[in-house]
Design a protein around this ligand. Structure first.
Ligand code: 0L1
Ligand code: MG
Length: 256
């Protein structure tokens, strides 16, 4: 097994068994971000071999609040599979995660493939619909602490997502108010403008980033544009709901 494949087995097993691991860069301080994307691809290949299906991609660290929360200042991306999906209004079992957090996102549904350098208008031309969404992030590293290469290898902390009802793409998503509620009480308030000034910019960046790795945003796939606020830690018994201006709401409840 190659060095990167061994690292992929480590992060995949940690995610699969919801087990905390030390940062890869503790023992490999020179691990590059390019190598980390190689580890991510190999670890996802292990999930596909177990029967999971790729359904989209997530953009990460697309807001100042998110970058400040984790002390990393570069956009990253990860892959979404069908096994990560939690139904709108459904339940999420904490047993599947190490120390999960939730954050409000905007989701794009692709009508056509998209890759490479595109304008915002070209990006939106390839979109079918938009929706309010929540991402469940769960770093497999102890104390949610990592360097850039660690988090990239760990699929950009992606571990779950919930998508609300799809809305026609004619809705302007550039500055919509967001309230993230737990048990009906606001815990985060923000705007979609926190996502690179406009979530469409995140879609443009997504097309560019995947192309670098010989991929494209596929027709029918989902793109999560990135967290609009700091993420909120999940505990058993919580009812989580995100109200997004014009787009509607999305939520789930948490069980042990
Ligand atoms: O923005 C995000 O989706 C988070 C990416 C990874 C950093 C984290 O785990 O908070
Ligand atoms: Mg996110």
């Amino acid at each position: 097994m190659s060095g990167l494949a061994a690292l992929a087995e480590t992060v995949d097993t940690a995610a699969h068994t919801a087990t905390e691991i030390p940062q890869l860069t503790d023992t490999l301080p020179d691990l590059t971000v390019d190598d980390a994307y190689g580890v991510q691809a190999l670890s996802l290949a292990r999930r596909y071999a177990r029967g999971e299906r790729r359904v989209g991609m997530k953009m990460g660290l697309t807001s100042r609040a998110k970058m400040a929360q984790v002390g990393v200042d570069e956009m990253i991306w990860g892959r979404l599979t069908d096994a990560m999906r939690v139904e709108e209004g459904g339940t999420l079992s904490l047993a599947r995660y190490v120390h999960p957090r939730v954050e409000p996102e905007v989701a794009f549904l692709m009508a056509r493939p998209l890759a490479g350098e595109v304008s915002p208008a070209e990006a939106m031309d390839a979109v079918e619909a938009v929706a309010p969404a929540l991402e469940i992030i769960d770093s497999r590293y102890a104390n949610f602490k990592f360097a850039l290469a660690d988090v990239v290898a760990d699929n950009a902390s992606s571990s779950g997502f919930v998508v609300g009802g799809w809305v026609p793409k004619t809705v302007d998503v550039s500055n919509l108010g967001i309230v993230l509620e737990v048990d009906g009480r606001p815990v985060q308030v923000g705007s979609t403008a926190a996502i690179l000034g406009n979530p469409v910019r995140s879609l443009v960046a997504a097309a560019r980033l995947v192309a670098r790795w010989g991929e494209r945003l596929e027709a029918g796939s989902i793109v999560l544009a990135g967290g609009a606020t700091a993420a909120h830690a999940l505990k058993a018994g919580m009812a989580v709901r995100c109200q997004m201006q014009t787009l509607g709401s999305v939520g789930f409840s948490v069980v042990a």
